[in-house]
Design a protein around this ligand. Structure first.
Ligand SMILES: Cc1cc2nc3c(=O)[nH]c(=O)nc-3n(C[C@H](O)[C@H](O)[C@H](O)COP(=O)(O)O)c2cc1C
Length: 246
């Protein structure tokens, strides 16, 4: 339809990178598109930490549970939930900062961060860069907070590795669109059959990428969702000032 839509529909995560730096001018553009994104009440409660230092990327790779592509990629971008700037506004106008205590704050800033992330992804992929989002940093958010010097009222929400792809990898099939799109009302009845179809469809894909052990979507999803896989997120958020109790 147009170049932007083609780029977006061609997305696939890239976990293998060439030994080639991302030029400063491109990093500046990635920062600019993220900052131009819409954000809740124009509170601008997100920030980015740009990491190029090899040693730091190695540490982040370990914190994220041994994800070696973080160390290999020339660039790692952390998207931070950032009510520290709001705290400075609170002090400036002499009002209490209450919102970080609410679930609403966590929802709003997570949406803002997701929009930032996708803006960077679209721009990066349009420049033939490869990316993979890194939620694995929430495996040990306290370690990221300490490594990157994050102040109170901030939280490391998600990372993104960026670099020139060493391979194009396979595009991962999605569920039939009818399992994603509902018109006018949400229809539960159609879903079991569509999920069955997708579980069958995923088998040749998983075989082609050597991951037959994941079996299918239902099995693999429940390998994650039958327990809380990042149990320190909530206690660390509370310590940072995100009480999530209102
Ligand atoms: C919020 C978020 C966090 C993610 N965290 C990780 C991660 O820590 N490590 C990783 O290798 N992939 C991660 N991914 C990539 C997903 O696994 C990937 O997007 C999904 O399997 C679909 O594959 P595709 O991106 O190739 O289409 C993450 C994706 C998102 C959106």
């Amino acid at each position: 339809m147009n170049k932007t839509i083609e780029v977006m529909k061609n997305h696939r995560s890239i976990r293998s990178y060439l030994d080639k730096e991302v030029p400063d001018a491109i990093i500046d553009e990635l920062v600019a598109v993220a900052q131009a994104a819409p954000n809740s009440i124009n509170g601008q409660q997100t920030s980015l930490v740009i990491v190029r230092d090899k040693q730091k990327k190695k540490q982040i790779a370990e914190i994220a549970g041994g994800q070696h592509w973080i160390a290999q990629a020339p660039l790692f971008i952390l998207v931070v939930a950032d009510f520290y700037k709001s705290k400075l506004a609170a002090e400036k106008v002499g009002k209490p900062l209450v919102i970080p205590e609410s679930v609403e704050a966590t929802i709003a800033v997570s949406i803002d961060a997701g929009i930032c992330l996708q803006s960077i992804i679209t721009a990066a992929e349009s420049l033939d860069l490869g990316i993979v989002p890194i939620g694995g940093i929430r495996n040990n958010p306290a370690a990221i907070i300490s490594l990157l010097n994050l102040p109170e009222y901030t939280f490391p929400l998600n990372g993104l590795t960026v670099g020139y792809p060493a391979d194009r990898s396979h595009k991962k099939p999605r569920m039939p669109v009818a399992a994603f799109r509902h018109d006018e009302i949400y229809e539960t009845t159609k879903l079991p059959k569509l999920i069955d179809e997708y579980d069958v469809l995923m088998q040749p894909y998983l075989k082609s990428v050597g991951r037959e052990n994941e079996v299918n979507w239902s099995n693999q999803t429940m390998n994650f969702y039958s327990f809380v896989y990042f149990p320190t997120v909530y206690p660390t958020m509370k310590l940072q000032g995100f009480k999530n109790d209102k």
